[in-house]
Design a protein around this ligand. Structure first.
Ligand code: MLT
Length: 412
């Protein structure tokens, strides 16, 4: 009989979003009438249609696939040049950032990328994560055997937790000791916070001094409204020596169901071997990609490329404006209800303090039962998320207006 990977047995309960789905299902079965008015603001899943430019490009690509002379089979695992060039030119070079097309890897999602990246790192690394955190960073480290068991509060032995609180603006202090890998996500999921240039400069300085690699998740960069807020870690001088960046088409282009994302690994980024010598990280990820992945479909990559066309840019801007308009309404509604509110200004997530004495899951149940609104309990993102809940701004305007009314009507 085959041995199993028992690291999986260390994982706490369910992954947050399936656990929410389980509770919502139970509520729906027990309350079929109330379930009809349920509004889901839990998982950050887009609701609006794919941009027209994207659909047109995908239709055209489908037609190409239907003609023997333009049909494509396996594509390059790292992604087609047309998309890698569009990304390098628009996301980076146009903003004065040095990233070459061959430092860009096209994938099927940032969730997969931030998990899979562990394949190319050895064991024994000191790994730091923020608390609260996007649960994928933690759970994939547990699965990979990079942690011990979890304690009663859900903290895993071996991980370095960096507390993110209202006091530090949800940007962690620089650790007092060296770590090998640190996950940073800005604009942040779940708190909606952003990191300033000075804060990122401090992280890059720390990383360079300690040989740390920053795993920078910029999946929500398109939602930044403030021109002073960095949209890429590579805007920071020296970051090419110490960072990997993850970006996604899920939230800006509405690709959660289409699947396409980006990993940027500068060719000069180095890691160390057991014998003490160093080598570049890029060829390892390239090799991993070639061996375990056959590339994102041609049709999807043509759709992603269209995001960078003039029409595509305008249509994406309209989507962002829509979701950020929702975020503004949610922020106001929560403030008017007397709740403490964070985020929702440069990010599509609104992070709200629970009323005194109410836990995150109690608030989840209250919102589900009394307002028939699904939110995400803060404690699902880590122990420092206790006492908060997250509302996703990904919804129709009508639904968000209704959620705002229901928040106003909530009994204390
Ligand atoms: C979230 O709700 O945190 C996101 O939808 C998760 C994801 O993008 O995988």
């Amino acid at each position: 009989m085959a041995y199993l990977n028992e690291n999986y047995l260390k994982l706490k309960a369910g992954y947050l979003f399936p656990e929410i789905a389980r509770r919502v299902k139970a509520f729906t079965e027990a309350n079929p009438e109330a379930a009809k008015r349920l509004i889901r603001c839990g998982i950050g899943d887009v609701t609006e249609a794919l941009p027209e430019a994207v659909r047109a490009a995908m239709h055209k690509a489908v037609d190409e696939m239907g003609d023997r002379s333009s049909f494509r089979g396996y594509g390059p695992e790292q992604g087609y040049d047309f998309l890698r060039n569009a990304i390098a030119n628009n996301d980076y070079k146009a903003r004065g950032i040095q990233v070459d097309a061959d430092e860009i890897f096209i994938s099927d999602g940032s969730k997969c990328d931030t998990g899979n990246i562990l394949d190319i790192f050895g064991c024994g690394n000191k790994i730091a994560i923020t608390d609260p955190v996007y649960p994928v960073y933690v759970d994939t480290n547990v699965m990979a055997g990079n942690t011990g068991e979890a304690d009663d509060a859900g903290a895993y032995a071996g991980l370095h937790y960096l507390k993110c609180t209202p006091e530090n603006g949800f940007v962690p202090e620089i650790p007092s000791e060296p770590v090998d890998l640190v996950y940073l996500c800005y604009p942040n999921n779940p708190t909606g916070a952003t990191a300033t240039r000075a804060q990122l400069e401090a992280w890059v300085k720390y990383a360079k001094a300690n040989g740390t690699i920053i795993l920078y998740d910029a999946a929500y960069e398109a939602f930044i409204q403030d021109p002073e807020v960095p949209r890429s870690i590579f805007e920071i001088e020296g970051a090419r020596d110490c960072a990997i960046e993850f970006r996604s088409f899920s939230k800006n282009g509405g690709f959660t169901g289409v699947r396409c994302a980006i990993v940027v690994i500068p060719k000069g980024l180095m890691g160390k071997k057991k014998d003490g010598t160093t080598m570049a990280v890029h060829p390892l990820w390239s090799r991993r990609h070639s061996t375990k992945f056959n590339g994102v479909s041609y049709i999807v990559q043509r759709g992603a490329e269209a995001i960078y066309s003039e029409e595509g840019k305008a249509q994406v801007a309209a989507l962002i404006e829509h979701y950020m308009g929702n975020a503004k309404l949610l922020v106001e509604a929560c403030k008017n209800a007397g709740l403490q509110v964070f985020g929702g200004v440069n990010a599509p997530y609104v992070w709200v303090g629970c009323p005194a004495g109410v836990t995150s899951w109690q608030m989840f149940d209250k919102m589900l039962n009394e307002a028939n609104v699904v939110i995400t309990p803060g404690s699902g993102f880590g122990s420092a998320g206790e006492g908060f809940f997250r509302i996703s701004a990904f919804n129709s305007r009508a639904n968000v207006e209704e959620v705002c009314k229901r928040i106003a009507a909530l009994q204390a």
